[in-house]
Design a protein around this ligand. Sequence first.
Ligand code: PLP
Length: 454
Amino acid sequence: MHTQPFDAAAGARRPVGEDGPGCLDRDRLHAGIVDPEMDSMRILSETAMKFPAALSFSSGAPHDGNHDLSKLSYYTDRYLKHLEDQGVPRQRITRLMFQYGPVNGFIQDEVVRMLRHDEDIEVGPEAVMITHGFQEATLVALRGLFSSPDDVLLAVSPAYVGIRGAARMLDIPLRPVPEGPHGLDPEDVAAAARAVRAEGRRPVAVYLVPDFSNPSGTVVPLDARRRLLEVAAEEDLIILEDNPYGLFAPDGEKMPTLKSLDERRRVVYLGSFAKSAFPGARLGYLIADQEVTDADGTRRALAQELSKAKAMFTVGSSSLSQAVIGGMLVDHDYDLTTPTRELAAVYLERLDAALRALAEHFPPERYAEHGVRFNTPRGGFFVVVEVDFEADLAAMEHSARHYGVSWAPMRMFHLDGGGRRALRLGISNLDPQDIRTGIARLARFIADTPRTGV
Ligand SMILES: Cc1ncc(COP(=O)(O)O)c(C=O)c1O
């Protein structure tokens, strides 16, 4: 497989004066391209390929044990059969698969039924847009909601790199709201909104992952969820709820999504099939049931209005991916909770293996000696480890090359420059034995790295 080195963006160096026709000054490209922080998504997903000999804790790639190539055609056929059973003529099905399709997609009905079953979310198909993953859902939502350079996005910090990247690519200013051990505190969101307003700018929306956040694994408690919805109404904010990990909660611990509690239509829900199905489909969805009123009084769901952005970003989502995921939903009777229980058990076992191995290598009572602390999330794909040295990309590469273990610098996720002495371990793609071996290697790397104090 061909892989590029991380510094590929810099390209081959040429002596000054050798620039020929067609050469562009990099500094004149968009800030989102020039900013090295915008390389984080690529780095996270390519670290495992770059260091094939290392055990990789770098990404949140899902477990690949259950994948089976024959399922791709099985689910596609299942979906096509489902359309036939509904009386859709063969010629129309053929056009649907081979032609440009509806911009907002064609599996909204199936997604609506899944949301009702899995998340207790009640929306009509007109409020759903099928997107190219969470990432496009976010770009579309941000593009539609932010109309002035003074519109500010509040975002939990640390946060998934996809939100910072999407905001940056659209030149939307971000205001970090630091989270605590229980995720975003609603009063901090209210205070941040007021502070932005006091500067003469408009806080438009707040982004968070209420369930097993990436990177910190936090879960927002139920009363804070209710309060967040109140704050959103009081401060006139839209909540951008990103929820790829909620289905993987331990038995009996699944929390209601903000969207399911959203009586005042304050939440735009950004869904992904990356973890509940598979990321290669690059499929997700946006739920926006807010009513938009025209000058002539016509009302349409926000998801319909946002269609213009979707059309101009990607025209529509892949018919093949929609058929595969649609078939999967039909085949499982619109219930992804039951099939993901087995997968949840796999992830919880991995998380447990990681936390036990960390506790063994870094007992809290010997903190003064090893200088390491780690959090203990109840679910999700990630553990955060605080160390006593700069855990940057160079340190990660050294760890991967010389100790056979890679991870992600927490700095990549902090929106406010923090996280320099912390790293994120993604436990989802390694089996428990590899996790134990990987953490033993990490312990050696940490022991050999000079502590620099704070
Ligand atoms: C917080 C968060 N949101 C969304 C996603 C999935 O995004 P996408 O559907 O674009 O693959 C991930 C995947 O790592 C994630 O961690």
